[in-house]
Design a binder for this molecule. Structure first.
Ligand SMILES: C[S@@+](CC[C@H](N)C(=O)[O-])C[C@H]1O[C@@H](n2cnc3c(N)ncnc32)[C@H](O)[C@@H]1O
Length: 478
């Protein structure tokens, strides 16, 4: 009987597994004089954290831990969920670990883990705090019957034949006038009203997801980095220039704005129809998807879990609600600022907007050592130390709950990226592995899938530490 380690080697050979236990390739002797005190301190903490952990190269997963391929993948392409990963990634782990029991994703996003589980004929469930994610995951994991397919193709014909209305449609989204050309906004709102009146619930939800997914393409903004950027603001070698909004809109959009938006929606619905007809609908297992915080998942269901696979928000201040702000407002998921604030407060403590008065209970010495190295003058927000503490407090709570609800011999796979503040790297992968060990999990492997880039400002500062700026998959076993 091969040991699990051996089994990994044979399976992951395909994925160029290479042991990284020897640690970073830094010649301390040679660089001694160039390493700043704080960097030497960091290296000490990192090597302490990595000691004894089974580190592997997971370079061949590098193109599966992000959404790039999913833009072309049937079903996943229904909604561009930039923060998602590939179904291939989840498939590999399900197959390698021979999963037959319940699968769970506590940060289900667009539902990739659930989709992969479903196509492997496994029962699964997921949770997410963002109502858009819940809707997308529900729609992508729905069963569509022959009569639904017929209804959808008739609906596409109905939308095709719609004419521009003379009615003026309202939205509570204050920034709508800036984010959209006025006629495009009216076209979107008219189409939304039409979709809300569709009687077949499944086709209504599906059409609404299609409508949500075309918003960015017909708007004046794009999702980029940690937020939204105006498309008429262009970077030139001498700095940014703003093209006048009216001029930019005239150059960008055709005269028939209603036709333009309508065709985008129709084309997207046709792609969805194509996927349903050709690739989908044969799986019997339908996942349960809850809207809520994963920190309370144990109150929502009681099944014992064999495999949890997820990617949490990273500890990098990325705000999921900010990036989906336009969709949330225009799609009526929030109707005033208080709604929006409350929604943000339910998120994992990974950014400054998610900090509440919730106490920080979990203490971690390595983390405190790293936080003490922050250069407060260089931090762009003085809440960052508590974001980092809150993040690992939430991680600790979640891992504890997962431990309690995972069956003996069950697994947890976590796709996570490390982050950096004022030249100090927070190595979430090995911190999480160590917290999991404290709780009782065995750390099976840490696959380093790719190294992350950073702003040119931080680049030079982080040169010596760059091996730690990476995205990994932490695999735990109970
Ligand atoms: C990296 S994304 C997950 C993407 C997902 N794996 C996919 O492929 O679509 C992280 C998700 O965590 C969700 N999230 C943030 N805080 C949460 C919380 N407390 N409970 C559950 N979900 C949360 C965000 O809304 C986001 O969808």
């Amino acid at each position: 009987m091969p040991t699990t380690e051996f089994a990994y080697k044979t399976y992951f050979d395909e994925f160029e597994v290479e042991s990284l236990v020897s640690g970073p390739t830094i010649n301390y002797g040679l660089f001694e004089t160039e390493i700043k005190d704080t960097q030497a301190e960091q290296l000490k903490v990192y090597s302490g954290l990595e000691r004894g952990l089974p580190m592997f190269s997971g370079a061949s997963f590098g193109n599966q831990v992000h959404f790039q391929n999913a833009y072309q993948t049937p079903v996943q392409r229904w909604f561009p969920y930039r923060e998602g990963y590939s179904t291939r990634l989840v498939n590999s782990f399900i197959k390698e670990l021979k999963i037959t029991g319940y699968v769970f994703d506590p940060f289900s996003g667009s539902g990739t883990t659930l989709l992969a589980s479903r196509t492997n004929n496994l029962n699964s469930f997921g949770i997410d705090v963002n109502p858009i994610s819940v809707l997308v995951a529900t729609v992508e994991n729905e069963q569509y019957s022959k009569s639904d397919i017929k209804y959808l193709s008739l609906e596409i014909d109905r939308i095709k034949s719609l004419l521009k209305s003379n009615e003026t449609f309202q939205t509570s989204f204050e920034l709508a006038g800036k984010v959209f050309n006025q006629e495009i906004l009216q076209s979107l709102l008219q189409l939304k009203k039409h979709i809300k009146e569709i009687e077949n619930e499944k086709i209504k939800n599906l059409s609404f997801v299609a409508w949500l997914s075309i918003i960015e393409g017909v708007s004046n903004i794009k999702k980029e980095g940690n937020g939204i950027k105006y498309k008429n603001r262009k970077r030139t070698p001498t700095g940014y220039i703003n093209i006048d909004k009216d001029v930019w809109e005239k150059q960008t959009f055709p005269v028939d704005k209603f036709g333009f938006v309508k065709i985008k929606l129709v084309k997207h619905l046709e792609t969805i129809l194509f996927d349903i007809v050709n690739n989908y609908g044969n799986c019997e297992k339908k996942p349960n998807i809850f809207k809520g915080s994963c920190l309370e998942f144990d109150t929502l269901f009681s099944s014992e879990i064999q495999f949890t696979f997820f990617s949490p928000p990273y500890c990098n201040c990325f705000d999921y609600f900010e990036i989906h702000k336009v969709d949330l407002w225009l799609g009526d998921f929030v109707s005033d600022k208080e709604d929006f604030r409350l929604l943000r407060n339910t998120g994992f403590r990974s950014n400054t907007n998610s900090l509440t008065h919730k106490p920080i209970i979990y203490k971690n010495e390595n983390l405190e050592n790293l936080i003490s190295l922050f250069n407060n003058e260089k931090l762009w927000n003085n809440k960052i130390p508590n974001v980092v503490r809150g993040y690992f407090d939430d991680t600790h709570t979640l891992l504890n709950k997962l431990y309690r609800q995972t069956i003996e011999g069950g697994y947890v796979g976590i796709v996570v990226g490390n982050s950096a503040y004022s030249g100090v790297i927070i190595p979430s992968d090995v911190l999480i592995a160590n917290i999991a060990k404290e709780i009782g999990f065995k750390v099976k492997s840490i696959f380093v899938t790719r190294h992350l880039t950073t702003s040119s400002q931080q680049k030079q500062e982080l040169e010596i530490l760059k091996n730690y700026l990476r995205e990994s998959i932490v695999l735990l076993e109970k």
